[in-house]
Design a binder for this molecule. Structure first.
Ligand code: UD1
Ligand code: MG
Length: 472
């Protein structure tokens, strides 16, 4: 068997009228990524020579999305200025492909769940028929509710005869449950030859790619059908209801995997939202209504309470995230406790055993080992040492109206309630600020300061800080 090169062509120029959206259909997100990205990733897994993407509606944005998934030299964008149907979309790539001695795998940008293994099976069948010269192998499935899809009509011998679109089908044809997935493997040159003979005399006045296999058959070519068993993979997204259903299917798959393969307890799998790239460690417990998304990794033995969303963050082992927290691009080391109602913004780092509590916001700051900020506090652009306590209502005043400045707080510091730290400013190890202090200048180590602006009123012995109530 000669091995022809494989190219992939993805159709992604349509607007997707049924989405009732100003956003092109293939840019709508599933599991946090545009539909087109799912298809591109699957295509790349087959290691084709090149991926051609037909773009039209919001083509620039679609190109941009594709390039976040595929290397530029690997992709050829083909513009379809007017969307005259799937056949016309394929025809837009004629100049690149019509003389190629290759196999062309055609995918739809709106069929995102298809797996690379399934496509590999389709290609294998196509190649095994090549001895008999299959010009096209199409992927079909049988559905209980085939409404909306093109139906596969077989001849009396059970072989491929033609595809009929829903809108062109007779009542009898509509009864057929076997549908066209919109995924095909073609002998490239034969595809373009047959495509020249396709007209737009149909209910939608479009050039249908689905007419090509019948044209081939009439010309005496072999069209083979690869019938697949898993219906969920070929579901196309044409409206928002289908989008929501696939989202739920994907989520269930991910949550099941966490439970079955990774030993995660999920209290209510129906109301837990976990993205496909998230990892969660053994014996972690996820309470209802938690969202874990993007590039998030959570360690072993953690507890994530209801209403929390964690995005693009690292969470170590034994961490407790209480109710209603938001973590975005944060790093949380082992045995920390967060929340309820805390907000860790990008660049927030909690060292081992640190605690951040009620209504505390942390941005681009490090909170050292076993340090705490338990109530009503803003920590921005700060470096805080170990075993330090930040009292209720403390604010790092990091912004002077023009620039951001850094606050540095040492180890074993006690910041009193309602302290304002006017950055840039440093508080030395072992120092204490009284309630309502406004710190405008650096404080040396082991000093007790009070007032606005802060004044040092005495030096503190090493035993003193223990006497000061942390106000837990
Ligand atoms: C298509 C098939 C149908 C199949 C179904 C599977 C045709 C005529 N029908 O129908 O048999 O059951 O997919 O999901 O092919 N596109 C373009 N340019 C166009 C038109 C469409 O690039 O001019 C793209 C769309 O962006 C989309 C894909 O082609 O990604 C499929 O188009 P869509 O309109 O969704 O076709 P269906 O009605 O779903
Ligand atoms: Mg479709």
């Amino acid at each position: 068997m000669d091995n022809k090169p494989l190219d992939v062509l993805i159709l992604a120029a349509g607007l997707g009228t049924r989405m009732r959206s100003d956003i092109a259909k293939v840019l709508h997100r599933l599991d946090g990524r545009p539909l087109i990205n799912h298809v591109c990733r699957t295509a790349a897994a087959l290691a084709p020579r090149k991926v051609y993407v037909v773009v039209g509606h919001q083509g620039d944005e679609v190109c941009e999305a594709v390039l976040t998934e595929l290397e530029e030299e690997y992709v050829e964008f083909v513009w379809q200025r007017e969307q005259l149907g799937t056949g016309d979309a394929v025809n837009s790539a004629r100049e690149f492909l019509e003389n190629e001695h290759s196999e062309l795998l055609v995918l739809s940008g709106d069929v995102p769940m298809i797996r690379a293994e399934t496509l590999a099976g389709l290609l294998r069948q196509h190649q095994s028929h090549r001895g008999k010269g299959a010009a096209c192998t199409m992927l079909s499935v049988s559905l209980d509710e085939p409404s909306g899809y093109g139906r596969v009509i077989r001849d009396s011998a059970g072989l491929f005869e033609r595809i009929v679109e829903q809108k062109d089908a007779t009542a009898e044809e509509l009864e057929v449950g076997e549908i066209n997935s919109g995924i095909y493997c073609f002998e490239t040159a034969k595809l373009y030859e047959a495509l020249s003979k396709v007209s737009n005399h149909n209910a939608q006045g479009e050039f249908y790619l689905t007419d090509v296999p019948a044209v081939m058959r009439e010309a005496g070519e072999l069209v083979s059908i690869y019938k697949h068993g898993d219906n969920s993979e070929i579901e196309g997204i044409n409206d928002r209801r289908q989008l929501a259903e696939l989202e739920r299917t994907l989520r269930r798959r991910t949550v099941n995997k966490l439970m079955m393969d990774f030993g995660v307890t999920v209290i209510d799998p129906h109301n837990t939202y976990v993205g496909g790239s998230v990892s969660v460690g053994r014996d972690t417990v996820i309470h209802p209504n938690v969202t874990l998304e993007g590039d998030t990794r959570i360690g072993d033995g953690c507890v994530i309470r209801s209403g929390t969303r964690i995005k693009d963050s690292r969470v170590g082992h034994g961490v407790e995230v209480l109710d209603n927290c938001l973590l975005d691009n944060a790093e949380v080391r082992n045995n920390c406790r967060i929340g309820p109602s805390a907000h860790l913004r990008p660049g927030a780092v909690l060292e081992e055993g640190a605690r951040v509590g009620n209504f505390v916001e942390v941005k681009k700051s490090v909170l050292g080992r076993n340090s705490k900020a338990n109530h009503l506090t803003y920590i921005g652009d700060a470096r805080i040492g170990e075993n330090t306590n930040i009292g209720a209502g403390t604010i790092t005043c990091n912004y002077d109206g023009k620039n951001k400045h850094v606050t540095e707080i040492g180890d074993n510091v006690r910041i009193g309630s309602d302290t304002m730290l006017v950055a840039p400013v440093k508080v030395g190890d072992g120092s204490v600020t009284g309630a309502g202090t406004v710190v405008t200048k650096d404080i040396p180590p082991n000093s007790l300061v009070v007032g606005a602006p802060a004044r040092v009123i005495r030096k503190i012995g090493s035993e003193d800080p223990e006497d000061i109530d942390e106000g837990d």
